[in-house]
Design a protein around this ligand. Structure first.
Ligand SMILES: O=C(O)CCC(=O)C(=O)O
Ligand SMILES: [Fe+2]
Length: 363
């Protein structure tokens, strides 16, 4: 997309700062370069990753000093520009990629206009729009959903981004695999780039709204690992402690926010945590601005069953009665969770069907 001379620092400097007087999440910062520098079992950074997967399930991943990390940062700045342009297209142009047009049962991918899903059991209507671009469409595993010229002209950028994000995710999974004492390559083998999966790039925008307005409802992510770039605040997570306090996640230039999703909870029989999060209007002066996010969601390949993996320390996890009942594969899980919240013909009963691993954590 032409030359975007932006660095994360530059982009951050164009916005009012994230305020200092709000409570923020105590996320650890892990360095991708350090994770890449030594094998898992002798690498303190890797042990910190394992601890985090078992406790909060959210961390900053500092991308600096790693060639793959720097490529991702550059791609994120470029895609931030591209998503602004995409959402500024006329409705008619965005409509080309409308999720309703996807008639292959994959109606979770494509453009979702604002206000077409519900965010809670009361039926509160969402306050954001998204464009989910399927990894399989980008790397050529499937025939792509029609897209505006703007998007098609940027396929190389999207392809580099997807391949880089996917590679970083495989690297993180290999670390976790080692600590779980699973046979080498077990997790990576469930997330092969050239096999169909629910991985996608998400563009997300919400308009400026009153302070404290809920933009996206409380949820856990459905899949494996999520790599999120934010430039403005607004993301909150609910601390696991008893008081279940909601705290903001401060966006940090040069770092992505990474979190674990439900698939990793299921694979590890509850050893890992997929934490609840939501989005409110950005705090302080940032509230007056439109808010964009850029997300890469990784998910197990479509046919993978979402249940405990055999082997390693997972075998030591207690068995819960009924845990082998109603096991779904990854594709069914995503579509069930992703489409249960459509606002048309919505009922509270449908909301219940779309729940993930929140269990009694569900607000
Ligand atoms: O907009 C954000 O910062 C978070 C987005 C998110 O949690 C999601 O799309 O699953
Ligand atoms: Fe999320």
């Amino acid at each position: 997309m032409g030359d975007v001379p932006y660095t994360p620092e530059h982009t951050f400097s164009t916005f009012p700062p994230f305020p200092d007087d709000v409570v923020t999440a105590p996320l650890v910062t892990l360095s991708l370069a350090k994770l890449q520098s030594a094998p898992a079992l002798t690498n303190p950074e890797s042990l910190a990753l394992f601890d985090c997967a078992k406790s909060l399930g959210f961390f900053y991943l500092d991308m600096r000093g790693s060639p793959e990390g720097e490529t991702l940062l550059d791609g994120a700045e470029r895609l931030h520009e591209l998503e602004k342009k995409f959402f500024d297209l006329s409705e008619e142009e965005r409509e080309v990629s409308a999720r309703e047009r996807r008639n292959d049962g994959n109606g979770y991918y494509g453009w979702k206009r604002m206000g077409t899903t519900v965010m809670d059991r009361k039926g509160t209507i969402d306050r954001y729009e998204t464009f989910n671009i399927k990894k399989d469409d980008i790397v050529g595993n499937t025939a792509p959903l029609p897209a505006p010229k703007l998007v098609n002209d940027n396929m190389r950028l999207l392809s580099t981004y997807v391949r880089t994000a996917h590679g970083i995710i495989i690297h993180l999974l290999n670390h976790l695999n080692a600590h779980l004492r699973l046979p080498p390559g077990t997790l990576a083998g469930l997330h092969r780039l050239n096999h169909e999966s629910g991985d996608h790039v998400r563009f997300k925008r919400s308009p400026a709204q009153a302070p404290g307005t809920l933009h996206s409802g409380a949820h856990t992510d459905f899949g494996t690992l999520t790599i999120l770039f934010n430039w403005l605040g607004g993301l909150q997570l609910q601390l696991p402690q008893d008081d279940k306090q909601w705290v903001y996640v401060r966006p940090v230039p040069g770092a992505a926010i990474v979190n674990l999703g439900d698939a990793l909870v299921k694979f590890t029989a509850g050893l890992f945590r997929s934490n609840i999060h939501r989005v409110l209007s950005p705090p302080g002066e940032q509230c007056a601005l439109e808010r964009y996010s850029l997300v890469y969601f990784s998910r197990p390949e479509d046919s993978v069953l979402l249940k405990r993996l055999q082997g390693g320390i997972i075998d030591e996890q207690p068995r819960v009665e009924g845990e082998e009942e109603e096991v779904t594969n990854s594709k069914e899980w995503i579509l069930r969770r992703g489409l249960a919240n459509k606002a048309d013909n919505w009922t509270p009963d449908k909301w219940d069907k779309g729940r993930g691993t929140e269990g009694d954590r569900d607000p």
